[in-house]
Design a protein around this ligand. Structure first.
Ligand code: SAM
Length: 279
């Protein structure tokens, strides 16, 4: 990927350490045999969005992801959602991810889980997608839009690579009412990295580039419940070593706490949406 300085703070925010080594150390410490890993062993840390694996499955059902489809996951992180889609819906997934460390970790886990034939990764920005027009049945993205300033360009690119008849399936945090977001959040250490849009802005952008809105749902309550479960688990005496602290190396407790508070106080909302490309 061509080096673009505007993305440096985001890559540093997510991947300023050797994530692959960290993952393997934690899995080993938790007692797993690294040569016999299963997707269950990585589920508590490889789905890096508010609702975890359950919300990936809900969005997949919602979007009718079916066997044989080609899916592009924008901002794929370390590939948990991509592997869930391939394993549970029988599709072929390409994860597109900006942060080099996450791409490396995604490839490493996918190989160890024996899924390299159905899941692959490319390092790129979702605002400049290195694929031909009309390549994918489903363009997919979970909790990545908050890092992208030029969302119009992102929606334009998503539309370009979606086949006619295909959909853009989206999960994201959106701006709620009220000022004074609590930082750090999982996507931004401070306001300079935070590009939250309102639900209305997203819906307008999607239709402006040519998509037709098929559905738009508020999932904040489910995300708050999952956030509370994660917080409780993190505070427990016999605390799990395999929580989000495997891949989030700084201020993880604060970020968990702030995510729940921002949602409860209405400063942020969580949404899942489907936008169709009719022609
Ligand atoms: C909160 S994580 C979500 C990861 C993944 N979607 C998941 O749910 O497990 C946000 C991800 O978006 C990536 N990202 C941020 N801006 C991006 C961009 N312009 N293009 C591609 N990926 C981006 C980050 O590197 C990070 O991996």
């Amino acid at each position: 990927m061509a080096r673009t300085r505007q993305w440096d703070p985001i890559q540093k925010h997510y991947g300023d350490t050797d994530i692959s080594a960290r993952i393997l150390t934690r899995l080993r410490r938790a007692g797993y045999d690294l040569d016999k890993l299963s997707r269950k062993d990585t589920a508590t840390f490889d789905e890096f969005h508010g609702g975890g694996r359950a919300s990936t499955l809900a969005l997949a059902a919602f979007a009718s992801v079916d066997p044989g489809m080609r899916v592009l996951d924008l901002g794929s992180g370390i590939g948990g959602p991509a592997r869930t889609l391939a394993a549970e819906r029988g599709c072929r997934v390409t994860g597109l991810e900006l942060t080099a460390e996450f791409v490396r970790a995604g490839k490493m886990l996918t190989e160890r889980l024996g899924m390299a034939a159905t899941v692959d990764f490319v390092q790129a920005s979702a605002t400049d997608i290195p694929f031909k027009a009309e390549t994918f049945d489903i363009v997919w993205s979970q909790n990545m839009l908050m890092n992208v300033r030029d969302k119009e360009q992102l929606f334009r690119e998503a539309f370009r690579v979606t086949k006619p008849g295909g959909v853009f399936a989206l999960e994201t945090v959106v701006a709620g009412s009220g000022e004074g977001l609590h930082f750090p959040t999982f996507w931004a250490a401070d306001p300079s990295m935070n590009f939250l849009a309102s639900a209305r802005e997203l819906r307008e952008l999607a239709t402006a580039v040519g998509f037709t809105e098929a559905s738009f749902e508020d999932t904040t309550d489910a995300v708050i419940a999952n956030g509370r479960r994660r917080l409780q688990a993190a505070k427990a005496e016999d605390r799990v070593e395999l929580d989000l602290s495997v891949i989030v190396t700084t201020a993880v407790a604060e970020k968990m706490e702030n995510s729940v508070c921002n949602n409860i106080e209405g400063k942020t909302r969580a949404v899942q949406a489907l936008f169709q490309r009719l022609a």
